[in-house]
Design a protein around this ligand. Structure first.
Ligand SMILES: [Zn+2]
Ligand SMILES: [Zn+2]
Length: 49
């Protein structure tokens, strides 16, 4: 489960391999399995994840 700074939570999976995506402050959202990075805007507050 990803959790944004505003408190919004989202269960997001990698489109390539299906692994649950993680968030690192330095990297942003990424897949721990295949390394794919995802740019996402929070659905609640509209800021970058
Ligand atoms: Zn992946
Ligand atoms: Zn947010």
């Amino acid at each position: 489960m990803l959790r944004h700074e505003c408190g919004y939570e989202l269960d997001l999976r990698c489109r390539q391999c299906g692994a649950t995506l993680l968030h690192e402050p330095r990297l942003g959202i990424f897949c721990p399995s295949c390394g794919r990075r995802v740019t996402l805007v929070c659905h609640r507050c509209g800021k970058k994840w």
